[in-house]
Each structure stands twice: as C-alpha cells, then as structure tokens.
Design a protein. Structure first.
Length: 181
C-alpha cells in the first residue's frame, strides 16, 4: 500500500530492530504504556502477535511505514479487527523524528479509505487517552468524529488516565458523503 509519501508493508521477523527502536522512545510510548517495550517482549510477544493477525485476518494488521524518498522507517499504521465483523480499529505509532510532518494523518486517511473501498467495512474506529491532543487532532483531520468518553480502571495508571479515554469513528455512509464533496 502507498500514500503520497509513504510505503506501507507487512512486518517480518527481520523487523525486530525497527520495532525495538520505535518502542524504546519514552515519548513515543507516553500515552501507551508509559515506558519502553523490552526487546525480548517485542521478539516473543509483540512481533508474533502482529504476524498472527496477517494470517487470521487477511487485509488487516500492522504495517511498517517507510518514506518513499530515502526509505527511512517512520513507524507503523494498523487496521485491527474488533469484536464486530464489519468494524476495524485504525491506529498508528510514529518515530519522534516523523512527528509534525503530516504522516499520521496521511497514513490514517489511507487506511480508512482502504477499509471502506477494499475491505468493504461499515465502520472504522480509533481511541486514545483524552489528554492525547495530538492523536485526537489526527483523528479529526482523518475524518473520524468524536463518539464518546469513558473511564477505565488501571492498576498502574499513566498520568492523564483520570481524564478518561476517547473514541472516534467514521461510518460508511458518512465516508461516502465525504468522498462526494
């Protein structure tokens, strides 16, 4: 899959270093786990889970993103299965060096379009911490709309957890209307 400036591809077992580098930056992980993901966990848990989705849910998964110009790894974009067969969850994680360049919106829009055009999904959702204003802005710029705020209990909450989690979504009918404008 390609965007204007990115190439998206499936991960392989050879990508452990890319994922380890991405997940080792505390700022990248700030609203996710709050801490770097150990290499051993990426090798034995994270990467095998990514690869499993490709087999079990064709067309879905987590896709490595590289710049077309130069091939630099910028992070990943994903379309994940949900409990509803015609709904997918879109998300991304980018290296800090790729922040502020519009890649998050570009990749997210591409996956939303892919979900509706190729996969024939009825709904795309996304969620983040309420205090993650940058991701919320990406969701809005990508065409997703605020749906709800909710609170979860975490045994070891991250700073900002007390403000809750937010969900954004886009349904097929609204997406089709946006395409005509």
């Amino acid at each position: 899959m390609e965007t204007e400036r990115l190439v998206l591809r499936q991960f392989t077992f050879d990508d452990v270093d890319l994922l380890t580098g991405l997940d080792s930056d505390p700022e990248v992980m700030r609203f996710l786990t709050g801490q770097p993901t150990p290499r051993a966990e990426i090798t034995t848990v994270v990467l095998p889970a990514i690869l499993k989705v490709y087999d079990e849910h064709p067309g879905l998964g987590t896709f490595a993103a590289h710049e077309k110009a130069g091939g630099a790894f910028v992070g990943w974009f994903g379309l994940q299965p949900t409990g509803e067969p015609s709904t997918v969850d879109v998300g991304y994680r980018l290296n800090r060096a790729a922040w502020g360049k519009g890649y998050a919106t570009e990749g997210t829009k591409t996956l939303i379009d892919y979900a509706f055009r190729q996969l024939k999904m009825d709904r795309v959702i996304a969620d983040t911490m309420a205090v993650n204003h940058r991701s919320r802005a990406v969701m809005r710029r990508s065409g997703l709309r605020f749906v709800r705020l909710w609170h979860e209990h975490f045994d070891d909450p991250l700073p900002g957890t007390e403000f809750g989690e937010v969900e954004y979504a886009l349904d097929r009918q609204t997406w089709e209307t946006q395409q005509r404008v």
